[in-house]
Design a binder for this molecule. Structure first.
Ligand SMILES: [Zn+2]
Length: 101
């Protein structure tokens, strides 16, 4: 499966900006807001996002390379769609926080 880092490396300027923005949704706890985000966490959540998309689209079907590629594209599309000046919360963070409360 593609990683967030690979998406960044291969992406257009818009994709790069969306990846940076997604990373910024994952600040390292206890550090100042200008510090580098928690990229490890952002990576995990991006992978999780792809899995969620695949789970929804690949119900009874075997997990083919084609399905994986489509899910990866959709995950990148999601990052581009939600990126904006208003900011947003990572859906995986929201999900995890929701389940622990
Ligand atoms: Zn997250």
């Amino acid at each position: 499966m593609i990683t967030l880092h690979e998406v960044y490396e291969q992406g257009s300027e818009a994709v790069k900006a969306a990846v940076r923005s997604f990373g910024a949704r994952h600040p390292v706890a206890g550090t100042d807001p200008d510090a580098e985000p928690d990229w490890k966490k952002a990576e995990q959540h991006f992978t999780h996002l792809i899995e969620v998309i695949m789970g929804a689209s690949a119900f009874a079907l075997p997990r083919t390379a084609d399905i994986v590629r489509r899910a990866e594209r959709e995950a990148v599309g999601f990052l581009l769609a939600v990126d904006g000046p208003a900011g947003y919360r990572c859906p995986i963070c929201v999900k995890q926080q929701g389940s622990t409360r």
